[in-house]
Design a protein around this ligand. Structure first.
Ligand code: ADP
Ligand code: MG
Length: 317
């Protein structure tokens, strides 16, 4: 339901931990995603940024139900994806898809482009004649011509392979695509072409995207709204333009402060924020050890504060 209905995707208090060590007497878990909430509206690109290991891919896999959640809710078109009938789940699978980072490993090397793009249609029971038409259309929409149909992934460039992955992702005409670092494995010159393609698909086909990236330039360019993750928690969430112009969380501020829009290459590397020596605190602000503004109250967990459509996870926002 577009318009006044529920958003395309609504995620509430989503959490996921991984079992990282198991002995006879003891199990150790790592919390990769910690009570994360966000929405994706119809025809919108939500950027998810964060350094490596911050839980981006885990969130992507959770919302597509490629892995199981621990707690929280994921509603697709208002329906809990864990309480769907078989039929509803099948529709959900058809209406959502994924583009991974590296098309070298995500495409089956033994299949032709035609077979790769056709596969989801077979899974969803589309008849042979319609399949041909849809494969050709998807491949064209992804910016490749028909001469590519009989080629194998090994005969293609990185950018062309990613176009094939995108063709496969759109062939069932989905409403949501999770694009997990879709340009990170590509040459810089090709990155922009793929971004333009995804923007075009959003506009022309009204596809919503969850665009995952560790690259602030890329996300800053493509996303309508962004979610900034740190160690599995959302630090800040808002309209991309506003967050970049006026970041409110100390983490986001560090990320974006040296970021004149016309000098995107000067943006900070996400990994290079130094740790400040502070005592260990359990359950406090996750950014405590790197935050230049931290005070005593940061040893306690902050609340998510809402300010004019922005949400900031900081005592001082
Ligand atoms: P990102 O995509 O932001 O780099 P991930 O979601 O891949 O982050 O991973 C978040 C954290 O969870 C990382 O510390 C990672 O090592 C850990 N992790 C991811 N997948 C697994 C897994 N299958 N088993 C154990 N730990 C995992
Ligand atoms: Mg990842």
């Amino acid at each position: 339901m577009e318009g006044n209905g529920p958003p395309l995707l609504k995620v509430e208090n989503l959490s996921k931990k991984y079992l990282i060590k198991k002995t006879l007497f003891h199990k150790e878990y790592f919390t990769a995603v910690d009570k994360v909430s966000f929405e994706i509206n119809y025809g919108e690109i939500l950027g998810v940024v964060g350094e490596s290991g911050s839980g981006k891919s885990t969130i992507g896999k959770l919302v597509l139900k490629l892995i199981q959640k621990d707690s929280g809710e994921i509603l697709f078109k208002g329906k809990d994806i864990y309480r769907m009938s078989r039929k509803e789940e099948k529709i959900f699978r058809r209406e959502s898809s994924v583009v991974f980072q590296d098309p070298r490993t995500s495409l089956n090397p033994r299949l032709t482009v035609y077979k790769i793009v056709e596969e989801p249609l077979i899974v969803h029971g589309v008849g042979r004649k319609d399949r041909k038409e849809k494969v050709v259309e998807a491949v064209k929409d992804a910016g490749l011509d028909e001469t590519f149909l009989n080629r194998y992934p090994s005969e293609l460039s990185g950018g062309q392979r990613q176009r094939v992955a995108i063709a496969r992702a759109i062939v069932l005409d989905p409403d949501l695509i999770v694009a997990d670092e879709p340009t990170s494995a590509l040459d810089v010159s090709v990155q922009l072409q793929i971004i333009k393609l995804l923007e075009k698909l959003k506009k022309e086909k009204n596809i919503s995207l969850m665009f995952i990236s560790h690259d602030l330039n890329v996300v800053g360019n493509i996303a309508d709204r962004i979610v900034v993750l740190y160690r599995g928690k959302i630090m800040e969430k808002g309209i991309t333009r506003d967050v970049i112009k006026n970041p409110k969380h100390p983490y986001t501020r560090i990320l974006f402060e040296s970021l004149p829009p016309d000098h995107p290459s000067r943006r900070k590397d996400l990994k290079n924020i130094p740790e400040i020596e502070r005592e260990d605190v359990a359950g406090g602000c996750p950014f405590y050890h790197r935050c230049p503004q931290a005070e005593d109250q940061c040893k306690k967990e902050p609340e998510m504060r809402k300010i004019n459509g922005r949400e900031v996870y900081c005592h001082f926002a």
